[in-house]
Design a protein around this ligand. Structure first.
Ligand code: GUN
Length: 299
């Protein structure tokens, strides 16, 4: 029997743990966890994401601050806002929603966020801590952290002897995911568009993680029987069967056929997606614990 991971359920359990941790911190120290979310411009999808992040922060009992800036915001104005948020003692996490409008350069903005408030895990200090295996000192990018919760709930904390293949080498996902798997003792391969015999490489994976942005690219004969398959892709494709002009979301994995071969698989939607916001809340409460000089909870 194949297990289909219910991402919403796992995310809800993480959120419960975040609420408990944030309450405990307030009781012990009087500190209320605070998250600032910054959005620039009018992209509707980004506005939807940011609203759910701000709403979830409130649900977790955090101070939740949202800065909505107009499309024509300058680099200097955005940089000044980040400096203000860096200095604000009531805020433990800062997230600048990406992508920024084209005239803005995101990299200097991200790198100007204090590493200890970088709840997106995108600062080079946090990327470096992850790369050196300092998992307890830095903050880990939310989507790989969420995918890793699934891996650990399936295989335990120690992945010794297991082969993991990550398809995709982005800074936002592929590289940090590979580092997390490596830190848990898996034998890790990072595959990408230039990999020779990608299906053959994937067939070697006990844990296969796909993050390429190509709808249903991973086929059943790429999957080792009994493997764990984590699908990080979110692709909108035409769905004429639902009516003219309709669309639907699919992952990077051909779910129906791969589910027949895998032992454990994540669906799209409802797999990794809900975990991203949950791990953002987790990172924020972790940052608040550290700021208060307390040992941070693990999620
Ligand atoms: N846009 C899409 N995903 C993300 C994310 O995880 N963090 C930020 N900052 N922007 C995003």
């Amino acid at each position: 029997m194949t297990t289909v991971i219910d991402g919403k359920q796992v995310a809800a359990s993480v959120i419960d743990a975040v609420k408990t941790a944030s309450q405990a911190l307030t009781e012990q120290t009087g500190v209320k966890t605070g998250l600032a979310v910054v959005i620039v411009g009018n992209d509707p999808a980004s506005h939807a994401y940011v609203s759910s992040k701000s709403k979830m922060a409130k649900e977790c009992g955090f101070t939740s601050v949202q800065h909505t800036l107009p499309e024509e915001t300058t680099q200097e104005e955005l940089a000044t806002l980040v400096q203000t948020l860096n200095r604000d003692e009531s805020l433990h996490g800062i997230l600048v929603q990406l992508p920024l409008p084209k005239h803005l350069n995101s990299e200097p903005i991200i790198q100007s966020i204090l590493p200890e408030k970088d709840v997106d895990g995108l600062h080079v200090v946090n990327a470096g801590k992850l790369a050196t295996g300092d998992l307890d000192g830095g903050l880990v990018s939310c989507t790989p952290a969420g995918a890793m919760v699934f891996v650990k709930r399936t295989h335990g904390e120690d992945l010794s002897g297991l082969n993991a293949v990550v398809i995709g080498r982005s800074n936002l996902f592929g590289k940090p995911m590979a580092q997390l798997l490596l830190a848990a003792n898996a034998t890790v391969t990072i595959a990408h568009s230039r990999t020779k015999d990608l299906p053959g490489v994937c067939r070697n994976a006990d844990i296969l993680v796909a993050a390429v942005g190509r709808p249903e690219m991973v086929k059943a004969d790429w999957v080792k029987p009994g493997a764990t398959v984590i699908d990080v892709g979110i692709n909108r494709i035409a769905a004429p069967e639902k009516g003219e002009g309709k669309s639907r979301l699919v992952g990077d994995v051909a779910f129906q056929e791969c589910a027949k071969v895998a032992a454990v698989i994540t669906p799209v939607p409802g797999g990794v997606g809900p975990m991203t916001i949950a791990m953002l809340m987790a990172n924020t409460v972790i940052a608040a614990y550290r700021k208060a000089g307390k040992t941070a909870p693990k999620f």
